[in-house]
Design a protein around this ligand. Structure first.
Ligand SMILES: NC(=O)c1ccc[n+]([C@@H]2O[C@H](COP(=O)([O-])OP(=O)(O)OC[C@H]3O[C@@H](n4cnc5c(N)ncnc54)[C@H](OP(=O)(O)O)[C@@H]3O)[C@@H](O)[C@H]2O)c1
Length: 252
């Protein structure tokens, strides 16, 4: 992979996927400004490993703070070529043993506050970050907005309802933004992983993971490296792919 000293903003650099995205970008010579929420240690470890990787605390439920912190990061980077949004919340587990009953119960029992929390982090924050970033993407580009969805954005699989709906909304957002921003040389894509070894998948029931592996062509769960390599390629190299949802599920 080659870069021309790209400036990258990573939202959620302290997460399982986001951490590896920051490492891959920095290892390829990019300057990286990333956000974290509660995991200060992981953020510090990242900055200690790469001097060109700087962390900023940000809670994604607060829209004015998003605009303020994202603007600050872009000022510190002296511009931005790519946004990689890796933060997300996965409210609720998936009970595979009593799946049908679980799905019904978790839908009928879903409260509006949980719905709002999921959408605030997984969807609304994406809109707010993109809005601020796009205003700063001036010039010939190419620029890239790379979002992190989920298998749930592409295929109906058992999952917490609000989580699946909030990730599904990103598919439409990517499609409409690709049409809106194409003239500005901004490509917008959504990477949709299947079940990964760690991170948010700690809330996926072991029986569901076993069932997943039975149908997965590559016969293994994904890793943060699998996802980070592709997201970093989109951020640093992509010039013509836009409006796409790309499934990285090992061939389900
Ligand atoms: N792992 C998987 O198997 C998998 C599969 C498909 C899709 N995904 C999706 O990919 C995304 C990242 O997954 P992951 O495995 O890397 O998850 P993760 O390890 O749990 O990381 C989540 C990231 O989001 C940040 N975050 C969470 N809530 C936040 C909030 N309210 N405000 C600001 N930041 C917040 C976390 O910050 P702190 O840690 O600093 O608090 C962390 O950086 C999620 O949307 C997930 O659903 C994951």
């Amino acid at each position: 992979m080659t870069t021309n000293l790209k400036k990258c903003l990573v939202i959620g650099g302290s997460g399982y996927v986001g951490y590896e995205v920051c490492r891959t970008l920095a290892a390829n010579g990019a300057a990286v400004g990333f956000t974290y929420y509660q995991n200060r240690e992981r953020a510090a470890a990242l900055s200690a490993e790469f001097s060109d990787c700087r962390g900023y605390p940000l809670e994604l439920g607060n829209i004015p703070e998003i605009h303020r912190v994202v603007s600050r990061i872009i000022t510190d980077l002296d511009g931005v070529d790519a946004l990689i949004h890796c933060a997300g919340s996965r409210g609720g587990t998936t009970d595979f043993v009593n799946q049908a009953q679980y799905m019904l119960d978790q839908f009928t029992g879903l409260d509006a506050a949980t719905w709002d929390d999921e959408f605030n982090v997984n969807t609304k924050s994406v809109f707010a970050v993109c809005q601020t970033v796009v205003k700063q993407m001036q010039g010939e580009g190419p620029f890239n907005l790379v979002l992190l969805g989920s298998l749930n954005a592409a295929k109906p699989v058992p999952a917490p309802v609000a989580y699946a709906a909030s990730k599904g909304a990103l598919k439409s957002l990517v499609e409409v933004l690709s049409k809106t921003l194409g003239e500005r040389h901004i490509c917008v894509n959504l990477v949709a992983p299947g079940i990964l070894e760690q991170g948010a998948s700690c809330q996926v029931h072991d029986d569901l993971k076993k069932e997943y592996l039975k149908h997965c062509a590559l016969g293994r769960l994904g890793t943060a490296e699998d996802i980070a390599r592709f997201m970093s390629w989109l951020a640093l190299e992509n010039t013509y792919m836009t409006g796409q949802t790309i499934l990285l599920d090992g061939g389900l």
